[in-house]
Write a protein that binds this ligand. Structure first.
Ligand code: BGP
Length: 460
């Protein structure tokens, strides 16, 4: 019997994405996405020169892996469809891809594992990126068709859909930084990408609703609570701007159906408003999400701008604030992210108070650790007590928020089996199962055993 019990029917599971797990990068006529391509032209940009071609070979091992989910009492699993696999030429559906995804979904259902299917996880098909990706409205329309195709093919069995995972990340990493392809430094273009991927999300929701599907559709956002250094007007204002850029740019239109006025004003002041079509506002207003997935790893700590601005002429988000290093912070040194469990509670209360208490679930939470073989015991099991502690502390805050009325219906960790990371290859491991990269063997970690109990008891 658990001391901290979660609501009945609570989802206990894990998240992953197509590009990070499937491998089989060319199987069944899959087209290249931007990751396949970027690795081809600049392999040195990838940690230890490892690209996504093999990943965790989930494409070939999904049946045994789904059995492993079952073995640790997962009742749900989120992954994504690969757009480039499902529709390699953007128009026709790949028979092999349909066979693969059908079989995977059927296997999950047979094992009592509810699929949550995401449509887009950082993986633009190359031929669409060559048409300028989200900067091109034709790509937005193609996304709607892809979404429609996915609903038609799999919507009879998949009842929980999400349009995007962390849509701010390709904007932040690919258009105002060079960590994701196409490595553009241009805030104005970044705003267009953000705006048009938001439209794409709304168009997918529109397609879902108009095709009489009987499930629910949402979006997964990485919410990073934005804490000011002090109560000074300048620090609070700086944190507010960071919140507008990194959280509310997708949270408000997704849930409330419109952008925050002060974000619009700020962009207008700096001549960065994107081109808007007449019916965009109605599209956003009428196609808000049924639920939210929230990825939470770290907060954002902010102080007023104190460092000199490098280039006055080209505005970047960092023009408006500086990161603040809180002296009391605890770090995950392997990933360089602060660990702050209460952030999850603060997110929950914010959604309750300011977003109509929309239903939501934790769609990712996790701790990547390097060289985990250090912690392997004689039987080959990694004793990842640090990860168990990380999960427990987050779950305690989540439980408290639920007690106070937060509308949270599940907790998914990142991740189920160690998988390939965009920036870090296989350096930091997150899984309940370790993947041996030489043999592709999966080895249960102690945290997997811990989770098995938590899921069985529906609580801590
Ligand atoms: C999230 C992404 C995941 C995953 C995770 C861990 O932002 O949705 O795809 O990668 O972060 O991050 P990383 O792999 O960079 O350690």
């Amino acid at each position: 019997m658990a001391n901290k019990t979660f609501p009945e029917g609570f989802l206990w599971g894990a998240a992953s994405s197509a590009t990070q797990t499937e491998g089989a990068a060319e199987a069944g006529g899959k087209a290249k996405n931007i990751w396949d391509y970027w690795f081809e032209i600049e392999p040195e940009r990838f940690y230890q020169g490892v690209g996504p071609a093999v990943a965790s070979d989930y494409y070939h091992r999904y049946k045994q892996d789904i059995q492993r989910m079952k073995d640790i009492n997962m009742n749900s699993f989120r992954t994504s469809l690969s757009w480039a696999r499902l529709m390699p030429d953007g128009e026709h559906v790949s028979h092999d891809a349909v066979t693969f995804y059908n079989s995977m979904i059927d296997e999950m259902l047979a094992q009592g594992i509810k699929p949550i299917m995401n449509l887009y996880h950082f993986d633009m098909p190359l031929h669409l990126q060559q048409m300028d990706g989200w900067e091109n409205r034709a790509v937005v329309d193609q996304f709607q068709q892809y979404a429609q195709t996915a609903f038609d093919l799999f919507g009879d069995r998949v009842k929980l859909w999400t349009t995007f995972n962390e849509p701010i990340v390709p904007v932040e990493m690919g258009y105002v930084n060079d960590y994701h392809y196409p490595c553009v430094f241009d805030m104005k273009r970044a705003v267009v990408v953000a705006y048009q991927s938001m439209l794409a999300s709304a168009k997918a929701i529109q397609a879902y609703r108009s095709s009489n599907q009987d499930g629910e559709i949402g979006i997964i956002l990485n919410l990073t609570p934005s804490y000011p250094r002090s109560d000074s007007e300048e620090d609070v204002r700086a944190a507010h701007i960071a919140d507008l850029f990194f959280n509310r740019s997708f949270l408000d239109p997704s849930v409330l159906g419109h952008y925050p006025e002060d974000l619009i004003d700020l962009l207008r002041t700096h001549q960065m408003l994107p081109a808007v079509h007449e019916d965009d506002a109605a599209l956003l207003r009428e196609n808000t999400v049924d639920f939210l997935g929230v990825n939470y790893y770290q907060p954002r700590r902010i102080k007023q701008k104190e460092t000199p601005i490098a280039d006055e002429a080209s505005i970047m988000p960092e023009h408006f604030f500086d990161p603040y290093i809180w002296p009391e912070r605890r770090m995950n040194p392997y990933r360089g992210w602060e660990i702050y469990e209460k952030g999850l509670y603060d997110i929950a209360i914010n959604l309750k108070e300011n977003y109509g208490n929309i239903p939501w679930y934790v769609a990712e939470n996790g701790m990547g650790v390097a060289d985990e073989e250090r912690f392997m015991d004689g039987s080959g099991m990694i004793q990842d007590d640090y990860r168990i502690e990380f999960y427990e502390e987050h779950l305690k805050w989540l439980h408290q928020a639920i007690e106070e009325g937060a509308n949270c219906f599940g907790y998914h960790v990142w991740t189920f089996i160690d998988n390939w990371s965009w920036l870090n290859g296989y350096k930091n491991r997150y899984g309940f199962y370790r993947v041996d990269l030489d043999t592709q063997d999966r080895l249960l970690k102690k945290s997997g055993l811990w989770f098995k109990d938590v899921a069985r008891n529906n609580g801590l």
